[in-house]
Design a binder for this molecule. Structure first.
Ligand code: 5GP
Ligand code: MN
Length: 345
């Protein structure tokens, strides 16, 4: 699905937008039906920022509260221990006419799938996000492209609503922050990120235990699946105008053979992006017959967000994605072409 491309973007959030967000939540949340939505195939930041905020609203006394995401109601195993999961409902059970909709980590309306109609159905919508490619939908937009995770925006809004952090809220936000910073390794790991992590850890949470659960644990079958998929990776040193590309693909048959769920493939980009010889890494993952979720990563020479936007998706400069069609080879033809067109260094 093609998405509109944002032409201008504020990198930080204006005071007036914070004020409207606070006003909107205070007006509609206490007595109304509140629906929180994050993106399809939710990752740690999508689920963590949404559930952390939902628990904050519960602390404010909000009673009619649901959290949801589009697509199959499947929570990746690493996130099945998150606090606030009791607030999650499948897409089909989400309030049809909520008073207030809050949207988390969603760069474009296409990432809301069948839940996109709730934007128009609600009396007010507030969007919390950190994607530079955010298309600026919703009534109140809290989009900070300098924030390492949507959880950074969520924590600030909770603070402005005078909701104190507790252990459960902190655990959700920590999972989100650790996910999107690659365990505090990526470039956006600023002093602000470590200060936030310090506030979260001060509630008493256990970073070692959380990291083991969300990063360092996978079924034996997933390891064997990774071995197959990594075994067919291809190195293309001349791609991306000589900065180089490594790529591989995983099919639904690979998942079936190893009896694995699709989300296990989210971690597969990590070993691929470690390849020293190249700048760009790509994993092409089959989500339906002939339909592929494509993950793109760069070490800095290519703006993969621009590549993804050109191909109907979005993301960040060093991490982005889109949906491709056909065979993996067809998808890669368009990727190679766009990589060459978006070299920045
Ligand atoms: P991942 O490769 O981990 O799925 O995604 C990397 C980044 O790109 C994330 O910030 C994610 O939100 C974004 N992204 C991935 N796929 C899509 C897509 O199809 N559309 C848009 N707009 N963003 C995407
Ligand atoms: Mn995010």
């Amino acid at each position: 699905m093609t998405e509109a491309v944002a032409t201008t973007i504020d990198v930080t959030i204006a005071e007036a937008d914070w004020a409207s967000a606070v006003r909107t939540v205070r007006e509609f949340a206490p007595a109304g039906r509140v629906l929180l939505i994050c993106h399809v195939s939710p990752d740690g930041d999508a689920l963590g920022s949404m559930l952390g905020f939902a628990l904050g609203l519960r602390r404010l006394g909000v009673r009619d509260l649901q959290a949801t995401f589009p697509g199959p109601f499947e929570i990746p195993e690493p996130f099945t221990g998150l606090p606030g999961l009791d607030l999650l409902v499948p897409e089909a059970d989400a309030y049809p006419n909520p008073d207030l909709v809050l949207v988390f980590d969603v760069a474009a309306e296409s990432r809301l799938g069948g839940l996109v109609d709730r934007l128009a159905a609600a009396r007010a919508t507030v969007v919390l996000d950190h994607h530079a490619s955010n298309t600026r939908f919703g009534d109140v937009q809290l989009v900070d492209a300098t924030a390492a995770a949507t959880a950074v925006v969520a924590e600030q809004l909770l603070d402005r609503l005078d909701v104190p952090l507790d252990l459960h809220i902190a655990e959700c936000l920590y999972v989100a922050l650790a996910t999107d910073t690659g365990s505090f390794r990526f470039d956006m790991t600023t002093p602000r990120v470590h200060e936030m992590a310090a506030r979260l850890i001060a509630t008493g949470l256990r970073p070692g235990e959380i990291s083991r659960r969300i990063f360092d644990s996978r079924p034996f079958g997933a390891m064997k699946l990774f071995a197959d998929v990594l075994g067919r990776a291809e190195l293309e040193p001349t791609a991306a105008a000589g900065h180089g590309l490594v790529w591989t693909y995983a099919t639904l048959d690979d998942l079936a053979r190893h009896e694995q769920r699709p989300y296990v493939l989210d971690a597969l980009i990590d070993p691929v992006r470690c390849v020293a010889e190249v700048d760009v890494s790509v994993v092409v993952k089959e989500v339906a017959a002939g339909e592929w979720a494509v993950s793109l990563r760069s070490k800095g020479a290519v703006d993969v967000s621009a590549v993804a936007i050109a191909l109907g998706g979005g993301g960040h400069r060093l991490a982005a994605g889109f949906t491709g069609y056909g065979a993996p080879g067809d998808v890669m033809v368009s990727v190679r072409e766009q990589l060459a067109a978006h070299v920045v260094a």
